[in-house]
Design a protein around this ligand. Structure first.
Ligand SMILES: Cc1cc2nc3c(=O)[nH]c(=O)nc-3n(C[C@H](O)[C@H](O)[C@H](O)COP(=O)(O)OP(=O)(O)OC[C@H]3O[C@@H](n4cnc5c(N)ncnc54)[C@H](O)[C@@H]3O)c2cc1C
Length: 412
């Protein structure tokens, strides 16, 4: 089998993984007029959205029905065969088959791997104890929700996006929360020093104990876990959650002989090293023009990847791409980042560093906007997204002026 720009248009497409990347790909296949057979295979009970797992779902504000990615009728409406609670265990591209865990085989002219990833485990003694939890799936979130009872001593390891959200939800649920994070402030590369500092301070203001240290080991005590830090501090925990990023199990891709490196390596068309197998979303590591590999690990990137991969599989023009964008919600504030804030370019602030709303912008030497981040300033980020896409060079004084409506930045 060989597809897209390399060969013909595939008739039977198998998408493995019904997360946001897989679903976006299927939507794109159908909207581009593909009328062949589409089979969507997913190990989970139903396609659901992950961002609420550390927020509204963990807080008990929504249930699994409210976090469905698509309504139940969507599969029939789009003529998609969903094989839920089934795992793909082997790709056999040479034979045009995908093998499932029940021993059945699904014929495929092309395969899209949209299998996401798994939460990274803490690589220290005790990091794999049964009581040391992670948050990636709805089952993880259900179990965590049961454990986060008022008064429980919750230790969150890792102050990145997911760790910070879990800490925020845990304190809102009445737990006594400790957040262990060696880098202060965390998230600096994603949102810049000013916003990272403001966000980190919010943890203390919410009553969370911050421990700036690494975790050396975790021990089992009578009825609790004991966290021992690199500097020798010890504290007991009823619940331990690690939020230290994700990793990609390579079995499926590796078994099919695809190039992998903590993710499935793809080019900008999302083609793997096999011409009929594509990969998108958290599972994919895109080779950039400078040869580096990058996994983006955000919702919008996964959705965009799915759409791009689908167009490429059909040999059709690629959809327009937006700059990278992510959001996070914690302690009652909404955080967003767009583009790239690691450029060391000229930094412009909109607002005071210790008050809300606050936005930061990075401009290149030639004045182009490269990246922006904001807390509680969605209009600034919406405008920044458009400016970055257009390669525009906004007036820094207008960006900084809080009396100016961000829409005015878009006027020439
Ligand atoms: C708790 C949490 C909160 C988050 N919050 C935010 C946020 O606020 N903002 C943001 O931008 N991003 C957030 N993210 C990141 C975002 O959710 C992910 O980037 C996105 O879900 C990736 O989508 P995906 O489709 O690539 O993978 P996934 O959503 O992981 O979906 C992959 C699917 O593949 C299935 N699968 C895997 N292997 C197999 C197999 N062998 N056979 C069959 N099925 C298989 C899995 O069951 C899964 O359903 C969050 C992530 C988590 C975990």
């Amino acid at each position: 089998m060989s597809v897209g720009s390399a060969g013909g248009v595939p008739d039977r497409i198998v998408v493995v993984g019904a997360g946001v990347a897989g679903i976006a790909a299927v939507e794109q296949f159908r909207s581009l007029g593909h009328s062949g057979k589409i089979t969507l295979i997913d190990a989970g009970e139903q396609p659901y959205d992950r961002p609420p797992l550390s927020k509204a779902f963990l807080l008990g504000e929504v249930g699994v029905e409210q976090i469905r990615l698509v309504p139940e009728t969507w599969f029939d409406d789009n003529d998609v065969e969903l094989r839920a609670r089934r795992s793909a265990v082997r790709l056999r591209p040479a034979e045009g088959l995908v093998e499932l865990d029940d021993g059945s085989h699904v014929p495929a002219d092309a395969v899209l791997l949209a299998t996401g990833g798994i939460a990274r485990r803490l690589p220290v003694l005790g990091g794999d104890l049964p009581g040391v939890r992670v948050l990636r799936t709805v089952d993880d979130a259900r179990a965590l929700r049961e454990a986060l009872v008022p008064g429980a001593r919750a230790v969150v390891i890792g102050g990145g996006l997911i760790g910070a959200e879990v800490a925020s939800s845990a304190v809102a649920l009445g737990c006594e929360v400790t957040l262990v994070e060696p880098v202060v402030p965390p998230l600096e590369p994603a949102v810049g020093t000013e916003i990272a500092t403001l966000l980190h301070r919010q943890h203390t203001q919410a009553g969370i104990r911050l421990v700036t240290d690494t975790v050396a080991r975790i021990e089992e005590g009578p009825g609790h876990l004991l966290i021992v830090t690199g500097a020798g501090q010890e504290f007991a925990a009823d619940v331990v959650v690690t939020g230290i990023g994700m990793t990609v199990p390579g079995d499926l891709a590796h078994g099919a002989g695809l190039d992998t490196a903590d993710g499935v390596i793809v080019d900008r068309l999302h083609r793997t090293s096999h011409p009929a197998v594509f990969a998108a979303g958290d599972t994919a590591r895109v080779r950039r023009p400078d040869g580096t590999l990058r996994r983006r690990e955000h919702w919008q990137a996964a959705r965009q990847d799915g759409r791009t991969a689908a167009a490429a599989m059909l040999g059709q023009p690629l959809p327009a791409t937006d700059p990278d964008w992510f959001w996070s919600d914690r302690h009652g504030v909404h955080v967003e980042g767009v583009g790239d804030l690691r450029t060391g370019g000229r930094r412009v602030l909109r607002g005071a560093p210790d008050s809300l709303p606050l936005a930061v912008f990075d401009l290149a030497d030639d004045g182009r906007l490269l990246g922006a981040a904001a807390v509680d300033d969605p209009r600034a980020i919406a405008a920044a997204r458009r400016l970055i896409s257009a390669g525009a060079s906004p007036d820094p004084d207008l960006l900084a002026d809080t009396s100016v409506n961000p829409r005015a930045w878009l006027r020439r």
